[in-house]
Design a protein around this ligand. Structure first.
Ligand code: FAD
Length: 448
């Protein structure tokens, strides 16, 4: 192939976390049914190797989803890419069953993901960041049935150009810092926690603070308390106490597959009710076991007459100043309370994430992507952004669809089935575009 002719793929995946890994598996399994089913694909990932929230792989952290909601099982219960197949391959299936636990550690799940990605490695390019997507001039000048992607290598050199008939954007959540707070060598976001922690002289950490009241905040607080026996650990939480994650069976149904349809086809008021009643299944909440574990530490301290774990409740970080080696943190109690300043050796902001946002990547192409009255992307039931008619290629999202597909959009619960639905849509549109059938209405025809 000449240098000037970009490589062309049916599907290019942008980002290679669990969502696009699940898609790669769905494509692999679809292709296994015969040559005519082959869909060429390539995935770009900016990390140098596979990594799923590596900086939060704390030793005792467990999954918040059943191991059965893995990369493939809910789409194909006989898949060789299931968590059970991984356990079998690792010789640990009997031990896992004896352990009688639906929620493996995140470290074990990470090993599973690594095992799965190694089996589709020929279509992943690590150390490569997609910088932009733009229209490729079509055969008919007014129409585009291909997209051009510009990819930078690990050294940041842009240059590789590839063409795709469909792109699947899955670039993940975006870390959020408290307003007025910038990251530096002693102010971290939880998404960079372990990497930074390993590079820090622990002896220097005598007074540390963790801001946030969600799962990551509680896990980091517990970790620092255990790892730094000489240090005072201060949990800065906006609530009165940590709130428990509701994982009881009826509430858990919001993660079921049919809940996606119930949400997608609901009115705006009903969608709001999903969030109002069930936000506490996942957002700003903590597993019961972690809350009790932390409370036990705090109580034991009290019995011993020490006060190593301090909880500043109803309190928010409102700013940070650097004061020599110390980090001066402004803290406000209540919404109109007084602001006071405390010095810490480290502040970790476990203050959450914003939803995936593909606008920058889409650049000029974004004006062909239709939006609703609230300015959010219009998305088909098949996860495809609704575009102006001249864009005939598919721009699919895995993530960033909370407003149309509901609570599971950024979670693992539904990735196996969602990936299958995206493959179905790509196949159906390919048939339609080549004049072999009119199946759009069945698979991808629903549009909000
Ligand atoms: C600490 C933590 C624990 C979690 N635990 C759970 C859990 O137990 N259960 C659950 O359901 N959900 C959990 N989540 C939610 C989480 O969103 C999902 O687990 C999962 O990461 C979603 O997968 P993804 O592939 O969509 O996104 P990600 O895993 O975030 O992957 C996105 C990938 O895209 C890459 N990327 C970004 N931009 C580009 C670009 N321009 N070019 C190339 N590559 C790019 C990133 O490097 C990244 O590897 C957790 C989240 C966190 C932060």
């Amino acid at each position: 192939m000449s240098n000037r002719e970009p490589e062309l793929y049916d599907v290019i995946g942008i980002g290679f976390g669990p969502s696009n890994l699940s898609l790669a598996i769905a494509l692999e399994e679809y292709g296994a049914h015969g040559l005519e089913n082959e869909i060429s694909s390539l995935f770009f990932e900016r990390q140098s190797s596979f990594g799923w929230h590596r900086n939060m792989l704390l030793p005792s952290a467990t999954m918040q989803v059943s191991f059965l909601k893995d990369l493939a099982t809910f789409r194909n219960p006989t898949s060789s890419f299931s968590f059970i197949a991984y356990l079998h391959a690792s010789g640990r299936l009997p031990q896992f069953v004896n352990n009688q636990n639906f929620f493996p550690t995140r470290q074990e799940f990470h090993q599973y993901l690594e095992w799965a990605q190694a089996r589709v490695a020929d279509r992943i390019v690590y150390g490569s960041e997609v910088r932009s997507i733009r229209r490729s001039p079509g055969v008919v000048p007014e129409q585009s049935d291909r997209l051009l992607l510009e990819v930078a290598d690990a050294a940041g050199r842009a240059g590789r150009i590839v063409e795709a008939r469909n792109v699947v954007i899955s670039t993940g959540l975006v870390p959020r810092m408290p307003e007025g707070t910038e990251r530096d060598e002693r102010v971290w976001h939880s998404s960079e926690f372990l990497e930074r922690y390993r590079r820090t002289d622990r002896g220097e950490l005598r007074r540390v603070a963790v801001a946030g009241a969600g799962q990551s905040a509680a896990e980091i607080t517990r970790f620092l308390y255990d790892e730094l026996p000489h240090a005072q650990v201060c949990a800065v939480i906006p609530s009165y106490g940590y709130s428990v994650a509701d994982d009881t069976p009826f509430a858990n149904q919001v993660f079921d597959l049919r809940a996606v349809d119930d949400y997608y086809f609901a009115t705006e008021q009903t969608r709001e009710a999903f969030w109002r009643y069930h936000r506490n299944t996942n957002y700003s909440v903590v597993d019961d076991e972690v809350i009790r574990d932390l409370y036990r530490r705090s109580y034991d301290d009290e019995v011993r007459g020490v006060s190593r774990l301090q909880v500043l409740n109803l309190t928010r970080v409102t700013g940070v100043k650097r004061a020599g080696a110390e980090t001066r943190v402004s803290l406000q109690k209540g919404f109109d309370g007084e602001v006071r300043e405390l010095d810490f050796d480290l502040l970790v902001c476990a203050t959450g994430y914003d939803a995936m946002e593909p606008t920058d990547l889409l650049g000029d192409l974004d004006r062909h992507c239709l939006r609703d009255e609230a300015g959010r992307y219009r998305i088909g039931r098949d996860y495809r952004i609704v575009t102006t008619p001249e864009i005939r290629c598919g721009i699919y999202l895995q993530g960033g669809t909370e407003h149309t597909h509901g609570l599971t959009s950024s979670l693992l619960s539904n990735i196996a089935v969602r990936s299958g639905e995206i493959v179905d849509s790509i196949v159906a549109r390919r048939a339609e575009l080549s004049g072999e059938g009119t199946v759009l209405a069945e698979v991808g025809g629903d549009v909000r």
